[in-house]
Design a binder for this molecule. Structure first.
Ligand code: DGL
Length: 276
């Protein structure tokens, strides 16, 4: 491959949440080039219909393909739950048979059984992720002995997108959903933060969850899984360019994105606008 041709790894989310995944991926795999795309103009996805999430996600994946990505990670549970299967099975074979799109639900369910001692697991997610039942279905396949309870938290993503994380209002909704989840089953000892925005609320979440309960954030899990994927797929690994460059795109205002993303990513972010 010519060293001039950039083939970055694409990381997509409806907004800022995927930055929590990108951050961990870059920590483990700093040598690759990356493009992050946040569809902030149309976030949140969590309460949108299956058809809409699929349409928006496919558009964003195609944008990442046209920016040179051969491999795209949907760093969004809602998109992974509602669009990934269709994109993998229906779209890729016709639009880009050699490109790959991966999600975040499968890597998370692969490890959850290693964390729970009681066999009782909670899942927090958007309404879309929860109603899709993707977590219980995938967990059942791998760890049929686990009992899974879910709680939809429709207000949490808007709180993050609007930088309202440390307000009394945020605390009200966070407590409400956690009390509801934990009251479903006293034996829950592991909670999956099944939305990539939720690690940005981790301190507020922790206030309402006893310390003996493990909170599973997906960043590191997805990064480990990508390391493993690239080892198992040398044909893809060889294609990904290695220049250590990260580019950020947002479908909304770059000024707002840069301000919030810098905070979430922990480093200065200078984004470009992408019209969709
Ligand atoms: N970060 C996305 C997820 O993991 C948030 C979805 C939304 O935009 O509501 O589900």
């Amino acid at each position: 491959m010519s060293s001039q041709i950039k083939k970055p790894i694409g990381v997509f989310d409806s907004g800022y949440g995927g930055l929590t995944v990108l951050k961990e991926i870059v920590k483990q795999l700093p040598e690759y080039d990356y493009i992050y795309l946040g569809d902030n103009a149309r976030a949140p996805y969590g309460t949108r219909s299956f058809e809409t999430v699929y349409e928006y996600t496919l558009e964003c994946v195609q944008q990442l393909f046209s920016l040179g990505c051969e491999l795209v990670i949907l760093a969004c549970n809602t998109a992974s739950a509602k669009a990934l299967r269709n994109i993998q099975q229906k779209d890729l074979p016709t639009i880009a048979p050699n490109k790959r799109v991966l999600g975040v639900i499968r890597p998370t369910t692969e490890v959850v059984g290693k964390y729970s001692k009681t066999g009782h697991v909670g899942v927090l997610g958007t309404t879309g992720t929860v109603t899709s039942n993707s977590y219980p279905i995938e967990i059942e396949k791998l760890y049929p002995h686990l009992t899974v309870h879910q709680e939809a938290c429709p207000m949490w993503v808007p709180l993050v997108e609007n930088n309202e994380m440390e307000t009394e209002g945020a605390d009200y909704f966070i407590q409400k959903n956690l009390v509801s989840l934990l009251s479903k089953d006293k034996k829950i000892d592991t909670i999956i933060l099944g939305c990539t925005h939720y690690p940005l609320l981790i301190n507020q979440i922790r206030k309402h969850v006893p310390s003996e309960i493990t909170l599973l954030s997906q960043g590191e899990i997805v990064a480990n899984s990508l390391v493993d994927y690239l080892k198992r797929h040398p044909e893809m690994e060889e294609q990904c360019s290695k220049g250590g460059e990260i580019k950020f795109y947002t479908t909304d205002s770059t000024v707002n994105f840069d301000k919030a993303a810098t905070l979430f990513f922990g480093k200065e972010v200078k984004s470009e606008h992408l019209g969709i």
